[in-house]
Design a protein around this ligand. Sequence first.
Ligand code: PFF
Length: 447
Amino acid sequence: MSNGIEQREQWGSRMGFIFAAAGSAVGLGNIWKFPYMVGANGGGAFVVIYLAIVFTIGVSVMLAEFAIGRNAGLNAVGSFKKIKGGAWPLVGWMGVIAGFLILSFYGVVAGWTLAYMVKSFTGLIAIAAEGKAGDAFGAFVSNPTQVILWQAIFMLMTIWIVYKGIGSGIEQYCKWMMPGLFLILLILIVRSVTLEGAGKGLEFYLKPDFSKVHGGVFLAALGQGFFSLSLGMGCMITYGSYLSKKEVLPSAAVTVSFLDTCVAFLAGLVIFPAVFAFGVEPGAGPGLTFITLPSVFAKMPGGMIWSALFFFLLFLAAITSAISLLEVCVAYFKDELGWSRPKATWILGLVIFLLGVPSALSLGGHIPQVAGKDFLDAVDFVSSNVLLPLGGIFISLFVGWVWLDGAEKEITNNGTIPFGFMTAWVWICRIVAPVAIAYIFFSGLKW
Ligand code: PFF
């Protein structure tokens, strides 16, 4: 129950909120997953599909989440309870569970980025120069002490920022980390595209190949879109709940989606030109980031610095997302169970860390596989490909059919600001988003 004594925290400024929400959206998903997905799923063809999905369904669901959160001024579960009740709070519940699950493995991979930042200066580049980056990565992820230690350090940093609260924690940190992230990204792009032979990488990344586009590609784009924009799990409901009533929601949703998409797209401009310029085979997923790229950096003059800078970029992206995942859980325990912020942050942070230990150990083969997948991949699959799309369907149906009047009022700040796309938004939420998500979900869901 909300105790109603304390004034609810709020973002200090519009910019602060945009940076925090963009910080949540821009994460590992943009930098290590998007570029690879583009390369593997038809290059420019995938980009077009992705853009279409993000700027119709993605922006609409984000707007819906902002509206729900700001109207209720509560966490994901409490918001549904306050606005409608019935079974709807279950949608928020699913989101809180997804928050626990995603952060559990996210903290593990984010810990690797920290470790690699340090390793850039302590021998990684020399090992990679001998062509042994793969062995080094294998040895690292199979070393339980190392992976758990780095995961713990990362989780402690996340806990610290969330513990400091909305204005003086999350907003304050995102306000300098996000511009920092953009700056590093730009420096790395300039380095990468000016390498000799960079053009081949651009071709691999962007040349449309429609023969690679099939049903699974749409699911990939949709799943990636939801994960990348932090949608379907009440994260934007939670962040929206700290927004002032004066804020203009549609432009916030478009800005955040735009920034997120830019970073994803630009990350590919860092990675592929460099990979191709040095004639290295582009790998997939973790391999691309932690094996291929160190080998590429090893071939550049000043490789240590470029490597450290790149892993620092990944770390910044990861931590601004991790704090939003923890905040979803903290807000629930604070609002609904009356826990204090410090208590909720420490206890939940610790629980999530422990939940992540099996994921941390899974790549080294210390944990049995789950139906043929590493534990980490299995948790990722269930949360990203099942919980987020389901959350997206229900959130759209909720605003489209159950709470439309209220949502329209919220989006137009009680009729005081115009919103030219209202009809389109309503029909996207009513029909297009739920049907598209359900269709893609059922037709493309493969373990
Ligand atoms: N959007 C983040 C990324 O692209 O890495 C991941 C994420 C953060 C997903 C927060 C969901 C969320 F609520």
